[in-house]
Write a protein that binds this ligand. Structure first.
Ligand SMILES: Cc1cc2nc3c(=O)[nH]c(=O)nc-3n(C[C@H](O)[C@H](O)[C@H](O)COP(=O)(O)OP(=O)(O)OC[C@H]3O[C@@H](n4cnc5c(N)ncnc54)[C@H](O)[C@@H]3O)c2cc1C
Ligand SMILES: NC(=O)c1ccc[n+]([C@@H]2O[C@H](COP(=O)([O-])OP(=O)(O)OC[C@H]3O[C@@H](n4cnc5c(N)ncnc54)[C@H](OP(=O)(O)O)[C@@H]3O)[C@@H](O)[C@H]2O)c1
Length: 510
């Protein structure tokens, strides 16, 4: 049996361990902390090298999209889980597939090197050290969002938050209720999305379907207009000093249900980019020449850097937060497909289903069941992806690993050999085919066929709406069924697609 080292026991590590076992490979997962869950395992102390959530963080992607494709979350779990619930779901997964026995906790990987016979074998040497509790660097009082845990200590303080990604949004709404005053500085504004979609349905369950993805791919201007109209109905972004110059699809989505409320109540005040700090650091001058005196604390919510401290630059190099990986998984220059990167993507949607498909693909390539393209082809693809990203997104170090959920999942599923043939389902199993075509693109569809298919995948798809409803209804009304909300954008897109298809058909028929 061939062995695989999995570095990191966050959700990507859990998924990779499980996929190795599914592919009859023997994994060992090295995790430097004492537990699974990675950033979702809340730690009141910031641990160097490990991302972490705030105590109050709730996911911004709903549970049917955070699901493992062969293990749906419990029906009664809330749609947008608190980090502790998500961790408990990860624990259930680890226990169901008996994954923990493959984990080595408190083991930090320090170096990975090719073996002497790498050219022939493709094997790697893994160096790791024990991590004692006292070795963990505990850092207090520093000011990056990653180190912010609770509003405790910020009461009655004047706080300035820099940046307007989800971290900034979460801190601003929490501190808006505790601090004396919160200022949120942004250099370009943002479009604000909500977790709660039309009719109370989770936004991604309503928005992430094939029809809308097709419109978005071929008619992005139309989708931009539709989204802008929908988001502007909630509040006037210009009036709230948030309206950016770019269109909604040109930024990584900012999801926050409470920020407009905090702004309206005055506890959060939006400011433009910072021009300078006074020499004592307590006064801040902004680019519009306004000034705030007596700032007690500055929180930098300016995002994360990509880094692989245990890998030599000749194996993986990162420049300006850009990394050269074929489909965000494979370094193209290596002689063997034996080193793969998991979960290094920033999607419009949930990461877990994509990481799972990446891991399934990696396992097939490790086993030489499929071949990667030539280095030239991979480099071409990498180049095109960067070109596409730079055309679509505003230029920023946060926009270097962007992917669209459905497009990327389908691309990977095609590699794995598990992309469902929707036409065939429409002809042979209409209710399932219809959901595959028009319903939310949840991960179970990638277990209907292909390697490691799951016999209950069909059932999981047909019952996903029940799992959405379950935590919302009281016991008595559990049996009533709720219909998918009619989505005006969806209906419009559907009509548009039919008209376009008919026009193309008539054109060629003539
Ligand atoms: C604050 C925040 C909120 C997010 N919210 C969402 C969301 O709502 N939905 C979504 O889909 N995505 C979200 N994401 C994206 C997130 O990256 C993924 O959800 C996912 O948790 C990443 O898992 P991971 O295992 O790749 O990384 P991590 O969870 O960061 O785990 C990495 C693990 O590797 C270990 N490790 C690191 N270096 C070493 C080493 N040298 N040796 C041994 N072990 C090591 C760490 O201790 C850690 O346990 C969020 C990201 C952040 C930062
Ligand atoms: N609740 C949740 O689920 C949750 C919570 C937190 C984070 N997340 C996820 O975690 C990931 C990271 O989020 P994040 O918010 O930490 O980082 P991020 O999305 O990368 O956002 C960073 C922000 O900081 C700004 N910025 C960066 N450098 C700056 C500078 N020098 N001066 C001024 N502004 C600067 C960026 O502005 P520009 O756009 O101008 O560069 C951007 O607004 C994202 O995928 C996010 O969705 C999720």
């Amino acid at each position: 049996m061939r062995t695989v080292a999995v570095i990191g026991g966050g959700v990507s590590g859990l998924i990779s361990t499980k996929c190795c076992l599914d592919g009859d490979l023997l994994p060992t997962c090295y995790e430097m902390t004492k537990d699974i869950g990675g950033l979702w395992n809340y730690d009141e102390n910031a641990v160097d090298g490990k991302a972490s959530v705030m105590k109050s963080t709730e996911v911004n992607t709903s549970k049917e999209f955070m699901a493992f494709s062969d293990f749906p979350p419990p029906a009664d779990y809330p749609n947008y889980m608190h980090n502790s619930k998500l961790l408990s779901y990860f624990r259930m997964y680890a226990s169901k597939f008996d994954l923990l026995k493959y984990f080595r906790f408190r083991r930090r990987v320090t170096r990975i090197e090719p073996t002497d016979d790498y050219e022939q074998t493709g094997c790697w040497l893994i160096y790791s050290v024990d991590v004692n509790e006292t070795d963990e660097e505990k850092i207090r009082g520093k000011l990056h969002s990653w180190q912010y845990k609770t509003p405790h200590g910020f009461e009655d303080k004047t706080v300035l938050i820099v940046g307007i990604g989800s971290s900034a949004g979460d801190m601003a709404v929490e501190l808006g209720r505790a601090a004396k005053q919160v200022y949120l500085s942004t250099r370009r504004g943002t479009w604000v999305y909500n977790r709660v979609g039309p009719n109370g349905w989770p936004t991604d369950m309503y928005r992430t379907n094939l029809m809308l993805a097709t419109i978005q791919k071929y008619f992005p201007w139309l989708m931009n207009r539709l989204i802008e109209r929908e988001l502007s109905k909630k509040f006037n972004h210009e009036l709230y000093s948030l309206k950016p110059d770019h269109l909604p699809l040109q930024q990584h989505p900012f999801i926050n249900d409470d920020l407009p409320n905090r702004i309206l109540c005055g506890s959060v005040i939006i400011k433009p980019n910072i021009k300078e700090f006074s020499s004592d650091g307590h006064s801040v001058l902004f680019e519009d020449s306004t000034k705030v005196d007596h700032v007690d604390c500055v929180l930098m919510a300016t995002g994360f850097n990509i880094a692989f401290p245990y890998l030599n630059e000749s194996i993986l190099s990162v420049k300006d937060n850009k990394i050269q990986l074929y489909k965000f998984v494979w370094p193209s220059h290596l002689a063997h497909p034996t080193l793969a990167v998991m979960g290094l993507i920033q999607p419009w949607g949930a990461i877990n289903p994509m990481t799972e498909l990446q891991a399934r693909w990696a396992v097939r390539a490790f086993k030489r069941e499929l071949k990667l393209p030539s280095r030239l082809k991979m480099d071409e693809d990498i180049h095109q992806r960067f070109e596409k990203m730079s055309k679509r997104y505003v230029s920023s170090p946060r926009h270097t690993i962007q992917v669209d959920y459905i497009e990327y999942c389908n691309e990977l599923a095609n590699e794995v050999g598990c992309l469902p043939n929707i036409l065939s389902y429409l002809l042979n199993d209409f209710s399932l085919g219809w959901l595959l075509l028009c319903g939310p693109c949840t991960p179970y569809r990638y277990r209907l066929e292909g390697p490691n298919k799951w016999k209950d995948a069909r059932h999981a798809i047909l019952t996903q709406d029940k799992r959405v409803e379950c935590p919302l209804r009281d016991g008595k009304r559990q049996n009533q069924s709720m219909k998918y909300p009619i989505n005006p954008t969806f209906v419009l897109s559907f009509i548009f697609l039919v008209v376009v298809s008919l026009s193309i058909f008539i054109f060629f028929w003539k």
